[in-house]
Design a protein around this ligand. Structure first.
Ligand code: ASP
Ligand code: MG
Length: 418
């Protein structure tokens, strides 16, 4: 069995879906994980925002736009007007949720998951029906019933051991050897739908690969492979041929948007290679990630945007702030805030964190717990692995740099957005 994952950009229109069909053409035993089409998840986040703000009209407007976006793709795929009952039923359900949900703030994450999950439910339904129509017999798999997650919404982890028998049972007992399942979603012990964090479809695919002991996993993307930097930000980006699992985790953690950070562990545990390959050209080699790889011989630059720098000081002037670390980090955990860089002195603790939903509440709670908190918005975190003198001068110096942390090979810089 192989696992193929197709991201939203690769299936954003009918040509993309036809290309997917071409890519899988000669495969016999395949589990296909698909994300929501194009920018559907962003649109669904706006549906949720409408529900949250009690703006029913806005929420329903977004649903209507999504319905017609998908209808167009369906008509194009079937070369003429075509109604897919199961897709209609999903949009009817979503419309009911958007119109009838009575929003309560303590259910924010639950409602978010309920709504955004429709993107993947719809995309996989269309693709599975299209593949059957095009002669590729396959089975649609409901990942809400196969991947059992923690009882936690919006970025749930999967319980792989408990999910294994469910997934295997869903594949058993039928003729098909090609399966189509949703990325990004699962089900909590209480039966509600959960999501695995934005861009979480990679992680879904890795979990499936782990459970099914896949020979490999491939992520088909709209780039040639993994580059050493984002070419939109750093002009001389080059492709990396091979990476090992650990370096990949480091890169993903630093903010390289190559692969969801949770993807590597399930693959590493079973020693399954991960290929990142260009959707547009199956013949190109892409990048391979596995246990052993040739050393990377170019510097790697990763920019993590949307950061906030918090500097904490204890109000009772206690000099040993370390004693308070437990309080601080459990507060952050409560508000689901990840510290991407930590820098401490005797009296100060600086934390570079994601600008998340709950940042205002978290700052309030830290102040309530006896800390003075200085907050700087509009920050970014730049990581340069394998820096040279020139890169150091260019990126690690200057008035916009607030914090710099360096080892012999890596420098990380918290800086004001340029
Ligand atoms: N559709 C989800 C997102 O856009 C999950 C994914 O693409 O991996 O975040
Ligand atoms: Mg996506």
């Amino acid at each position: 069995m192989k696992v193929y994952k197709f991201g939203g950009a690769s299936v954003r229109n009918a040509d993309g879906v036809r290309n997917l069909r071409k890519i899988i053409d000669d495969e016999q035993h395949l589990f296909i994980i698909v994300s929501a089409m194009g920018k559907t998840t962003n649109a669904l986040e706006r549906v949720f925002a409408g529900v949250q703000q009690g703006n029913r009209e806005a929420a329903l407007g977004e649903v209507a736009a999504l319905r017609s976006y998908h209808a167009e793709i369906i008509d194009d795929l079937w070369h003429g007007h075509r109604q897919l009952e199961r897709v209609d039923a999903l949009f009817d359900e979503l419309e009911r949720v958007a119109a009838e949900t009575v929003y309560r703030p303590e259910e924010a994450e639950l409602r978010y998951d309920e709504i955004v999950a429709y993107g993947e439910l719809v995309s996989t339904t269309i693709i599975s029906e299209y593949l059957n129509h095009a002669g590729v017999a396959n089975r649609w798999i409901d990942m809400r019933r196969c991947l059992l997650t923690e009882q936690r919404h919006k970025d749930a982890g999967v319980d792989i051991e408990a999910s294994a028998p469910r997934l295997r049972a869903a594949l058993a007992g039928c003729g098909e050897t090609i399966f189509v399942g949703q990325g990004f979603i699962g089900g909590a012990p209480d039966g509600t739908t959960t999501t695995l964090g934005r861009e979480g479809s990679d992680y879904s695919a890795a979990v499936v690969a782990n459970i099914l002991d896949a020979e490999s996993m491939s992520v088909w993307k709209d780039v040639d492979g993994i580059l050493n930097a984002d070419p939109k930000i750093f002009p001389d980006a080059v492709q990396i041929a091979e990476l090992n699992y650990l370096d990949t985790i480091e890169l993903a953690y630093s903010g390289a948007q190559i692969i969801h950070p949770k993807t590597i562990k399930p693959l590493q545990n079973k020693n399954i290679p991960l290929y990142v390959r260009p959707f547009g050209d199956k013949r190109k080699p892409g990048t391979v990630i596995r246990a052993m790889s040739a050393p990377v011989d170019v510097p790697i630059l990763i920019l993590k945007k949307d950061q906030v720098l918090l500097t904490l000081r204890s109000r009772d002037f206690s000099f040993v702030l370390e004693e308070k670390f437990a309080t601080i980090f459990s507060l952050l955990e409560r508000f689901r805030i990840k510290a991407n860089l930590i820098h401490n002195s005797a009296v100060n603790l600086s934390l570079c964190v994601d600008r998340s939903w709950h940042i205002d509440e978290a700052v309030g709670a830290l102040r309530g717990a006896g800390f003075d908190v200085m907050r700087s918005d509009n920050m970014e975190l730049l990581t340069v692995r394998g820096y040279t003198d020139e890169l150091w001068r260019r990126y690690a110096c200057g008035p916009q740099v607030f914090i710099r942390q360096a080892t012999q090979s890596t420098v990380r810089v918290v800086r004001k957005r340029g």
